[in-house]
Design a protein around this ligand. Sequence first.
Ligand code: ZN
Ligand code: ZN
Length: 156
Amino acid sequence: MHAPEQLAGRLRASGRKVTPQRQGIIRALEDDNRHPSAEMVFEAVRSHMETISLKTVYQTLNDLADLGEIQALDLGTGALRFDPNVERPHHHLVCRGCGEVRDVFTDIAGLELPESAAHGYDVDSAEVIFRGTCDRCRTPVPTQQSQPTQEDQWPI
Ligand SMILES: [Zn+2]
Ligand SMILES: [Zn+2]
């Protein structure tokens, strides 16, 4: 993702409006390494900007994805997640318990599609989703109920 100032310029150049709400969304994305869902972005911006709407968040995320500034990812956590790191190819590590997403920068040596499985495609990239259980989800909760709370769903 470009820096907020450049990004505002790119949005304007593509004929899109740059409102304070949209700038708030861009700033929220800039420092967010959680691969937030639209709802997570909405909550982050709403904490300091009450005039934000979920619809504006969706529209802005779509626009940014169209411009290639962020990537929309379906990581099987129940909601699309948005990744501002489009500069450096990477894989993802996803917690089955809470849906936390981590970037993984590793060369997966030998990950190649055999020609017989490539269906004639010229394959040039692969993204891998590693799944497991994060540290926090492995630690037993010392209460009688182990039901995850709303807070546990979306770690901050
Ligand atoms: Zn977890
Ligand atoms: Zn990522």
